[in-house]
Design a protein around this ligand. Structure first.
Ligand code: NAD
Length: 336
């Protein structure tokens, strides 16, 4: 039996989750929602069954000539789980609708952690989502941090983790806001919230983060340092462990990957919408000095959380163990 899935909010994350769900052999995408009859709604209605996210909004879609199947309540009556991909904090407003009809929900990283019973990252705490009704997939930056920490802690005993996050200011489609010039500490008062967010999935990690916004839309960049608490560690041991994890992609500046611009140029050839579901780690950045391991990675904010949304659904319905779910998701999305 396939789990019936709805996507509420067909934006940057929602359209990618919808495509990923429709590729799973144990899930059925029943429908997606939009708030407005815009060009994205027109495209969504061509690919999937479209519903109005706002109950009184159906008529607007009909007037615009868009094939609309009903409203969010109609959609919720047909599914087992909804992946809420509405803008940050709106998911919490939507939650009572899901509770009312007894539909499980996956929320995104723009929600506060208390929207769900558990925050989620596949490599860090898959089992914590077992059988849960409400799960929050952590944000793009937190997913990138949690994944690499989870792999590196398999090789070294980690003391402190320190991370500087250089964040894309907005996504490529944004035309209402953005930082045209300058580098903005965000926040000025340190640390940034990302460290606490990592602890929602890796509670025992000693991590401090700082974050800056820069005028780019392509990717985030993380400069990381891991204190090596004890033992002899070689750079090659770390590289081997990262190579073994499909959700980490190793690249090298010697191959021409001199910046995030080059990574995205590569991804344009590799995948639809140049989606990079993996942490992209510069192999030649990996180094050890004075008892600390240093790593630089880039994160494609629009795509990185998509595999985690799929795994979260499997964990909530106890459909597969961690290794099986990750492997199925990876295969379906072309992550090797
Ligand atoms: P988005 O603005 O691209 O898409 C949100 C969609 O939700 C839009 O289509 C909007 O019309 C729709 N919407 C608005 N109000 C709604 C409502 N009441 N009910 C249902 N849908 C509604 O936003 P996004 O970038 O896809 O972000 C969605 C969530 O994912 C946020 O929590 C965000 O923090 C998180 N997230 C975003 C990124 C990213 O880089 N874009 C990365 C990771 C996580």
């Amino acid at each position: 039996m396939k789990v019936k899935v709805a996507v509420n909010g067909y934006g940057t994350i929602g359209k990618r989750v919808a495509d990923a769900v429709s590729k799973q052999d144990d899930m059925e995408l029943v429908g997606v929602t939009k708030t407005k009859p815009d060009f994205e709604a027109k495209l969504a209605a061509k690919k999937y069954s479209l519903y109005s996210a706002i109950p009184e909004g159906v008529e607007r879609f009909e007037k615009a000539g868009i094939n609309i199947k009903g409203d969010i309540n109609d959609l919720l009556s047909k599914v087992d789980v909804v992946v809420d991909c509405s803008p940050g904090k709106v998911g919490a407003e939507n939650k009572p609708k899901y509770e009312k009809v007894g539909v499980k929900a996956v929320f995104q990283g723009g929600e506060k952690k208390d929207v769900a019973e558990v925050s989620f990252n596949s490599l860090s705490n898959y089992e914590d989502a077992f059988g849960k009704d409400f799960v929050r997939v952590v944000s793009c930056n937190t997913t990138g941090l949690a994944r690499i920490i989870s792999v590196i802690r398999g090789v070294i005993e980690i003391g402190k983790v320190r991370a500087m996050l250089i964040r894309r200011v907005v996504d490529p489609k944004e035309d209402k806001k953005g930082l045209v010039n300058g580098i903005m500490p965000d926040p000025i008062h340190l640390p940034s919230h990302h460290a606490d967010d990592v602890k929602t999935v890796l509670p025992d990690i000693n991590i401090v983060t700082t974050a800056f916004k820069v005028p780019t839309t392509l990717m985030h960049l993380h400069s990381l340092s891991f204190e090596i608490k004890s033992g002899e560690v070689k750079v090659d041991d770390v590289i081997d462990a990262l190579k073994e994890e499909p959700r980490i992609m190793l690249i090298s500046s010697s191959e021409g990957f001199t910046s995030t611009a080059k990574i995205i140029e590569y991804a344009r050839e590799l995948r639809m919408r140049y989606d990079l579901f993996e942490n992209v780690v510069w192999e030649d950045s990996i180094s050890i000095y004075d008892g600390e391991l240093f790593v630089i990675q880039a994160i494609h904010q629009e795509a990185i959380v998509i595999p985690e949304n799929i795994d979260a659904i499997r964990a909530m319905f106890e459909m597969a163990d961690k290794a099986e779910s990750i492997s199925k998701t990876n295969k379906s999305l072309g992550i090797f």
